[in-house]
Design a protein around this ligand. Structure first.
Ligand code: HPA
Length: 279
């Protein structure tokens, strides 16, 4: 039987350290767990311990909700994401994002791997996402709406927070990290795209393509969190390079980009916390 959010929070609250009052949450893709490892005084809740959560296939070992401190700032980190292509339903993704909000977060940082549709944005680089195209076959808000969480009809014209983009850019400049900007398009996966699909997506205005991000961003906005999103570019999208796209190929460049994110996100957190996360 599905558990209500309130019931789930009763379980989560048992793990919350005394005096822990986070304002910043984040979700990390599988290649980005090195950032989670930097969290100081971590308390982890395995996804399997969260009632009603479908953990998919790849969740197993590394999927944890981690509470702790980055740069002395209390953070909640979803280490390991649930993908629709694993057969996981929107219910579980919804639950994870809403837990982060219920723990007190009002800023949500979304990271993930993506292919670049722009030749000048190369594998190993970072792209700050400033808008998206939802090309998933659904929307995580379909179904009855709980007005205590958010509105039935959610505006998405400001999904990616302008002020947080400025803070991210300042953090990147400080660290000498190049930050491209662009529009993310979500595909269901798990197959990569065809060159014809990529040509079509380019005409629609997409700059990066990936299999996640969009449901989490919609859900985070719905429950009132400001969103900052950075994609780790792991490859040029299908048809844009002579290299054949493979999961193994993306791992190498994912690692390169992850190293940059591992510096960028803590710097961003320090700044964002002092300016926006106090309320
Ligand atoms: N397409 C979809 N998802 C991805 C890609 C891609 O090229 N690279 C990393 N995630």
């Amino acid at each position: 039987m599905a558990s209500s959010l309130a019931e789930v929070m009763q379980v989560i609250q048992r793990y919350v350290p005394k005096g822990f009052n986070p304002r910043i949450g984040m979700i990390l893709g599988s290649g980005l767990s090195s950032l989670a490892e930097q969290i100081v005084n971590p308390v982890s809740v395995p996804y399997q311990a969260i009632p009603g959560l479908q953990t998919g296939n790849v969740a197993g070992h590394a999927s944890l909700l981690v509470m702790g401190y980055l740069n002395d700032v209390p953070v909640v980190c979803l280490r390991g994401r649930l993908h629709l292509y694993e057969g996981v339903s929107y219910d579980s993704i919804r639950l994870l994002v809403r837990i982060v909000r219920k723990l007190g977060c009002n800023i949500f940082i979304v990271t993930g791997a993506a292919g670049s549709l722009r030749e000048e944005t190369e594998p190993g680089e970072l792209m700050m996402i400033n808008d998206h195209i939802n090309f998933h076959p659904g929307n995580p808000l379909v179904g009855p709406n709980d007005e205590t969480i958010g509105p039935r009809f959610l505006a998405m014209d400001d999904a990616y927070d302008i002020d947080l983009q400025d803070i991210m850019q300042t953090a990147a400049d400080k660290l000498n990290i190049t930050l491209h900007r662009g529009v993310y398009i979500s595909t269901l996966g798990p197959s990569f795209e065809t060159p014809a699909e990529i040509r079509a997506f380019k005409r629609w205005g997409a700059d990066a393509v990936g299999m996640s991000v969009v449901p989490e961003v919609i859900l985070a906005r719905h429950c009132g969190m400001r969103v900052a999103c950075v994609a780790a570019i792991t490859n040029l999208a299908a048809g844009l390079s002579k290299e054949k796209i493979s999961h193994d190929g993306t791992l190498h460049f994912g690692e390169l980009a992850a190293r940059k994110l591992t510096k960028l996100i803590p710097e961003f957190i320090k700044e964002a916390n002092s300016i926006y996360a106090m309320g």
